[in-house]
Design a protein around this ligand. Sequence first.
Ligand SMILES: NC(=O)c1ccc[n+]([C@@H]2O[C@H](COP(=O)([O-])OP(=O)(O)OC[C@H]3O[C@@H](n4cnc5c(N)ncnc54)[C@H](O)[C@@H]3O)[C@@H](O)[C@H]2O)c1
Length: 284
Amino acid sequence: MEVNREYFAGKTAVVTGAASGIGLALIEELLASGSEKVVVADFNQANLEKHVNRLKGPYPGKVKGILCNVTLEENVKAMIAGAVEFFGGRIDLLINNAGAGFGGFFVKPSNLGAMEKLGYREQTNADWEKAFALNFYGALYGCRAAIPLMQKQGGGQIVNIISGIAFYNMPYQSMYAATKAALNAMTLSLRAEFWDEQIKISSATPGTTATAIWDGLEMPEGIQTPQQSAQRILAGVAVNKRIIFGDDGDVSGSKNCFNDDLQEIPDQYLLNIARQRRSGKMAV
Ligand SMILES: NC(=O)c1ccc[n+]([C@@H]2O[C@H](COP(=O)([O-])OP(=O)(O)OC[C@H]3O[C@@H](n4cnc5c(N)ncnc54)[C@H](O)[C@@H]3O)[C@@H](O)[C@H]2O)c1
């Protein structure tokens, strides 16, 4: 998908979870579009240093890495403050991308099948809290730190990375689905809330994308590259789409998932996924 590079030229941007996968590809696409300065925020120090040092070569003075655990609000506040200082006072775009997949059992199934292959186990309250801390609160803290600065500067843009699972709620991923559906709901409330203050706020699904999120799992056929995902997301960002769909599967799923006349489509699809997963295949 074609990125409108001019839209990003001269802008400053922060991407969280950007030392790998889709976040890193977003940073690379922003730099290729002529963004003035970018901050790569992540809690994986080794990957952060590796990629920031690599990018500083072709883009001198434009890239800063900030170590940040998005589950800690003080870390996020300090990271945003550090970014604004590096940017010289203005933050144009924040992409809250840090997140993880979290498959597992809501309670242990009586028909375990071959699911041991998928490494699933019963998810405890502590697991649920960790998942929300990362996938939901991490983005909430980012919005809460950036919005007041954007209000003061007269506008800005925030994109929260959700997942198609926010609509097409996959079996054995109830926890992941719940975090991303909650994030989507918060995002779209904020979109209307801050629209008249010229702060553009969107949700974006990356689509099924070959990243470390699939580590240890068989990747589905036709999976796209992080660059393809990043380009499609940025194409949507440039036109301030309400929900950016990262691949065609997410577009078609979004059309029938809540349609009263078409309920059999998601039911059949998701039932088939449940059965395939019980046979040990990481179907999506
Ligand atoms: N890859 C896919 O198929 C897919 C599909 C739908 C949604 N997503 C979403 O896309 C986003 C990016 O995932 P990805 O596929 O690029 O995976 P990834 O594992 O390659 O990247 C995630 C990054 O987030 C960082 N991170 C994790 N916990 C963090 C924390 N507490 N603080 C700061 N950084 C942290 C990791 O170090 C890593 O660099 C996630 O929100 C994920 O849920 C991915």
